[in-house]
Design a protein around this ligand. Structure first.
Ligand SMILES: *Cc1c(COP(=O)(O)O)cnc(C)c1O
Length: 379
């Protein structure tokens, strides 16, 4: 059966002896914009491509304000900081995510609480969130406290896994009710909508990543979106070394960060964003080929959830058990078809192993079974 799958994947990517999991493609204005950027000499932290990139992100995703950053990880760090996360606070997130999600919480001196994900959509389960808060949350002076640890629960960071939207409207409602700031890790879900609204736009902040393996890439990059103008100004300030605007003087009014996206990367990002719709259409078509094929084999394929339009960043299947998964990974990778297991659950990593969790029934089940399969845009 593995041979059948390998053969099928080879028909999807003909003439490629080694098939990567996700490779970028540059077939639009990438070279043109990069050359233009170099000719302008504005290759670094100010330039028209940064402005254009931020405008394009607002047009695509909807909110009024976007601030470019040097990657998605620092975008998460800054948004959590400006959402008010402080040392000894706690932040709810999901254990089934890339390590950057939990790291950003740590950068603030806060601790993650890991709650279970949904088995179908793979994102934070609003029911798990509601249950946890119902038994553990105490509201005092407009803040939410964890009755087990006594610490404040300052924020919640759900993630739209592999580009599949989680039930973010329900999560937003729960967070509102408990006075918890909502920051969406939508690093993987640029181009994914939930109930017609772009992922990343349901809470205080959303962030997207433009790392080399994401749907749209600029080498490395990130962006923060928000509807709050005052917060957007703070984001810009703190990510650009908190320099007070002046023609020539260097005055900084707080400890800021150099998290700026270079104009050179922004040029690449603009060219790639022009192709976002084409890429997403292409990936959705690929996903429908996979879906039909895996149906014939009776292997569960992760489909876009109800009410959602997914970008299908990474396609995923669910194998029978850990042993089958390991055999499949070995056979496919040896045959030159790159496949990957899902991330090790974050609560199992050394630095997060003492964090509070719920039973994590679905996350544990999924960790043993999910495999990502080649998902690049096809030429
Ligand atoms: C890629 C990714 C990030 C981080 O983005 P970088 O640009 O690589 O720093 C954060 N969270 C998730 C879930 C990601 O997949």
């Amino acid at each position: 059966m593995y041979d059948k799958i390998i053969d099928f994947i080879r028909t999807l990517y003909p003439e490629q002896s080694s098939i990567p999991l996700h490779a970028p493609i540059f077939c639009g204005n990438e070279k043109k914009y990069i050359i233009d950027c170099i000719d302008s000499t504005f290759v670094s932290s100010v330039g028209t491509y940064v402005d254009r990139f931020e405008e394009m992100i607002c047009e695509i995703t909807g909110p009024g304000f976007a601030v470019a950053t040097v990657n998605g990880s620092c975008a998460l760090h800054v948004t959590l900081t400006l959402a008010g996360v402080q040392p000894d606070d706690e932040v709810i997130t999901q254990p089934l995510s890339f390590v950057a999600t939990a790291n950003a919480i740590s950068y603030c001196g806060a601790k993650p609480i890991f709650l279970d994900v949904e088995r179908e959509a793979l994102g934070l389960d609003p029911v798990a969130l509601g249950n946890f808060l119902k038994s553990n949350a105490r509201i005092r002076d407009g803040n939410c406290y964890n009755s087990v640890t006594g610490n404040r629960i300052a924020a919640c960071v759900p993630m739209h896994t592999f580009g599949h939207p989680c039930r973010i409207d329900e999560i937003a409602e729960i967070c509102n009710h408990y006075h918890i700031a909502l920051v969406e890790d939508s690093a993987e879900s640029l181009g994914s909508l939930y109930k017609g609204k772009h992922t990343g736009t349901f809470g205080l902040f959303g962030i997207y990543s433009f790392n080399g393996n994401k749907t749209v890439t600029c080498g490395g990059g990130g962006v923060i979106v928000t509807n709050d103008e005052a917060l957007a100004k703070k984001v810009k300030h703190i990510t650009t070394t908190a320099k007070v605007s002046h023609q020539y003087e260097y005055v900084h009014d707080m400890t800021g960060y150099n998290y700026r996206l270079p104009n050179l990367n922004a040029a690449l990002a603009c060219a790639q964003l022009e192709q976002l719709n084409t890429f997403v259409e292409n990936k959705r078509e690929l996903a429908s080929h996979y879906q039909k094929f895996f149906e014939t084999l009776q292997i569960p394929f992760i489909k876009e959830p109800e009410h959602a339009r997914s970008n299908y960043w990474l396609n995923a299947i669910i194998l029978a058990d850990r042993k089958t998964r390991d055999e499949f990974l070995k056979t496919t990778n040896e045959a030159g078809v790159m496949t990957r297991p899902v991330w090790r659950l974050l609560n199992k990593l050394e630095m997060y192993k003492d964090c509070q969790t719920d039973a994590l029934k679905n996350a544990k089940w999924l960790e043993d079974r999910i495999v990502n399969i080649p998902s690049s845009v096809r030429m």
